[in-house]
Write a protein that binds this ligand. Structure first.
Ligand code: SAM
Length: 218
């Protein structure tokens, strides 16, 4: 459960290398110097999309957050192995075990992020469980806080009902505006968003539909 998650008191704490019970940025990215994390993949699962971010944006620092211990351990091992096999590469990507719904502002300063990804989030179908959806009205203001002006928030799902819910709440929020259809289609990540995560590949095997939307921080 969450009780065992060791999270920073505030984002500054992540710059400290000693005396904390959670990894610092320096420990997560030993070779990147003073560059700051700019992209976040929240509920990153097994990390397929996260790894592709590292390759698409070699100059940007990405973090994957995943709440399940075994899954986050898998992604950490996966990145460590890639770093060993490809010296000098994959230094710009790391995974943290954490609860993105609870601790977002503990990790990121105001306007720190330029891209936030929510790919195939858990649907929580029952109405009584909608509050557990990672995109929900009360959390959108926190996401707007950590996202910089003109920064982008991406959602992808195979569940039409969840898609409609996410799009309606994001559209209703004063800090977000949906990109135009052609802007969404021309995003260089468009195909990767639909195909590179493990969940995306599962949906593909099952010939399911996939829905994507991109919102800009106003
Ligand atoms: N994005 C990945 C993909 O496309 O393959 C994983 C999709 S999976 C259906 C949803 C993931 O979100 C699961 O791995 C789950 O453990 C994780 N998750 C759910 N709630 C979370 C939270 N509050 N914080 C971080 N991760 C969460």
């Amino acid at each position: 459960s969450d009780h065992s998650i060791e999270y920073p008191i505030n984002p500054d704490e992540l710059d400290q290398d000693i005396g904390t019970n959670h990894p610092s940025w320096k420990e997560l990215y030993p070779e990147i110097g003073d560059k700051k994390v700019e992209f976040g993949d929240f509920g990153c699962g097994y990390g397929g999309f996260l790894i592709s971010l590292s390759e698409t944006y070699p100059d940007k620092i990405s973090i994957g957050m995943e709440i399940r211990v075994k899954v986050s351990d898998y992604v950490k091992d996966r990145i460590e192995t890639l770093r060993i096999i490809h010296p000098g590469k994959y230094q710009n990507v790391a995974c943290l075990r954490s609860n993105s719904m609870k601790y977002m502002v503990n990790y990121f300063h105001k306007a720190q992020l330029s891209k936030m990804f929510f790919l195939f989030p858990d649907p929580h179908f029952k109405k009584s469980k909608h509050k557990w959806r990672i995109i929900n009205p009360s959390l959108l203001s926190e996401y707007a806080y950590v996202l910089k002006k003109e920064g982008l928030l991406y959602v992808v799902t195979d569940v039409q009902d969840l898609y409609d819910w996410m799009v309606s709440h994001l559209s209703a929020h004063p800090s977000f505006e949906r990109l135009k259809d052609d802007e969404e289609k021309s995003d260089i990540l468009h195909d990767k968003l639909l195909n590179s995560s493990e969940e995306a590949q599962k949906v593909e095997r099952n010939q399911g539909s996939k829905f994507l939307a991109i919102f800009k921080r106003l």
